[in-house]
Design a protein around this ligand. Sequence first.
Ligand SMILES: O=C(O)[C@H](CS(=O)(=O)O)OP(=O)(O)O
Ligand SMILES: [Mg+2]
Length: 249
Amino acid sequence: MNIQVIASINEARSDDLQHKTVIVIDVLRATSTILTALAGGCRTLVPVETVSQAKSLQGPGTLLGGERSCKKIPGFDFGNSPLEYTPEAVSGKTLIMTTTNGTRAIHKARKADHVLIGAFLNAGACARKAASLDQEIVLVCSGAQDVFSLEDGLCAGLLVRELLRLSGCDPDTPAAAQSVGDFGLAMLHAYRQVQDCLPETLVSCAGGRRLTKLGFRHDVTYCSQIDVLSLAPVVRAGKLEPEHASALL
Ligand SMILES: O=C(O)[C@H](CS(=O)(=O)O)OP(=O)(O)O
Ligand SMILES: [Mg+2]
């Protein structure tokens, strides 16, 4: 199994993602929020790049969600806090979402054969779905403002571990090292180093500190939970719909 980890949107080139399975990771907070909304019964979620695109898709029965500078966009129904996307708020709804990094990364991956949404929350289900597609896998860490973010890299490290396990490859062998490359290997080792103190690590990294300062510390600890959602959603025709791993694998 060939697995590549890309450190930030800046390093991802759309053309290079063709014929591949891409997992987009934005732990804080876009992909964690998208997964939470879909798990809460949101019927369709449309990730878009800009605020004006989101507004242009607004219609009866649609809700707008997302952030700029971590804060809810004026006129939008939700910000980017996963805790806002309760089943009561989103069940049966169509959501249009735009965030600074995550929805941009999803758009960047548009030429890939398959685009999956990954986070700590659904790491196991996401790895199983990606492995079942039997293609080269690229993990795109969204990062923040085109720069690497530790939380996304750590999640990539966990996904690398899961994907290697699923392919029957011992992560500590030269064969594993060769199939993930040096950056993927670095993320795997980084994840192993902090796996027992993930919430604290996420609170202490730059994105976690920024969110904590703005009053979103509970978001950070929520997003550090592993495998609490068995959802492996795939972007189809620019949209996401709930697809439970149990129905797919
Ligand atoms: O809302 C978030 O957590 C971030 C904001 S920031 O630009 O990283 O400060 O957006 P996201 O697209 O979820 O990374
Ligand atoms: Mg982020």
